[in-house]
Ligand binder design. Sequence first.
Ligand code: ADP
Length: 158
Amino acid sequence: MPVAVYPGSFDPIHLGHVDITRRAAQLFEHVYFAIYDRPNKHLLFPTEERMALAREALADLDNVTVVSYRELTVDLTKRLGADVIVRGLRAISDFEWELQLALTNRELAPDVEVVCLMTRIEFAFLSSTIVKEVASLNGDISHMVPPNVAVALRRRFN
Ligand code: ADP
């Protein structure tokens, strides 16, 4: 069975990410949940905290390992001996970006395959940006993130 890498910023991990990871863990022998150390965006949580939150949220998945990285995703994939990059798709707007990324990755590493899993409808509206926005305005985020992430967000914004 192939081994997969699920890369992203995960700032922070939310229930859409958890769902994609859970489903990938059933499809692949092992899943590396890979947190990109330096995305080109403003971060709320430093890498160590994003890792700790993800580890706790995914603790029940035996074949998932949380790692951080700062190289090309295809280089990480090869370094870990993985075969596949998993990404999640919410809407058509995601598709354009994911296609661009997948084609770039294929140029860089033709032997690494990209597999996109469709979101569940109840998570289709969810993004880390939305979660942070609602949390910053003291809104209820309990249906958007794992309990440990809700606690971390409340602590951050109070
Ligand atoms: P990035 O910064 O690489 O876009 P994110 O942390 O925002 O990373 O997301 C990581 C991956 O999870 C991406 O493939 C993204 O499309 C996917 N994803 C984000 N939110 C959802 C969701 N609600 N349902 C399914 N997939 C999602």
